[in-house]
Design a protein around this ligand. Sequence first.
Ligand code: ADP
Ligand code: ZN
Length: 345
Amino acid sequence: MQTIQLNTKSRPSTVFCGKGALFLRGKDVFVVTDSNVYRLYKELIAEKFAGGVCVVPAGERHKNRNTLFKILDSMLEARLHRSSVVVALGGGVVGDMAGFTAALYMRGTRLIQIPTTLLAQVDSSVGGKTAIDYRGVKNVLGAFYQPERVYCDPLFFNTLPPREIKCGLGEIIKTGVLDAVVGDKIRQNADKLRDLGFLHELAADCVRFKARVVEQDETERGGLRKCLNMGHTTGHALELLYGRRSHGEYVLIGMWLESYIAEGEGVCSHEYAEEVRKTVALAEPRIPRFASPEECIRFALLDKKNEEKDKISFILPKARGEYAEYSLSAERFAEYLKLLQENRA
Ligand code: ADP
Ligand code: ZN
């Protein structure tokens, strides 16, 4: 098992990664989980955690204020106090909502994240971002709230549908483009990218990378943390436009397109852009038939990273382990989007 320490200004956080990482047990912990995870892991919850359980409906569309208040109501009913421990047991949606309620309730209770999806293990459970969607805007209400501990145990992978594995793989590949060591490991073991044990090993590498980034820039104000948004400008816009596929797959498609932007705008060499595309292709994203560049641009213009009017901000690959923030006009973005229309995967 690996232990990764994350020391931010707000609170130190420890991530335990590996088989048997979930050694936590406790009478006084309050578990927040979703209906799917509860159905699959009811016995485990009953065996390990004797405190209350709040089960919320599964799915991103429930990441809203109704569910937030449902959780807060049950925390009040369970008479949690400030030193009670809230455990977020589930994927990124549960982590976001339980994390946010933990930040709100009595101005902050103790928080432990137990991510049960690959995506949540490599990405969302680490770093302290919590949020809900509101009035159609993703993650618009939230807080930075570091969990005291995160337990990344592969025991949960056995029940994950393939779509969810692919979703996590998207963020793993993104880390491989940002970090040269993770990238080499991915390229050298391309035949193992469907092997859950190997993915778990990569997940720990991704957590280590993310921990170093978050330590230097916890609240994304210094700029460094923005690098984690590589592929996300295009990815989020497509996700808002089409839905259905997983977040990670859209990130892969975003990185594929943004490698052309990086090359076309002179941010990286053709050779490096090709390397990014080859790395992305290892996860076999299906590039969608693309019909609506105007809509995609409209969504991209709403991106939180944008700072200049009518310009869209991207985190572009520059060289191995290097990236650059780049603003592109909507017109230029439209030209690159044609690549998706031509479906040149
Ligand atoms: P994310 O992909 O951001 O981690 P979610 O929290 O929406 O997102 O989780 C994706 C879906 O997978 C949800 O329907 C959730 O209930 C389900 N899920 C979470 N963990 C597991 C698991 N270990 N096995 C099977 N399904 C799971
Ligand atoms: Zn992401």
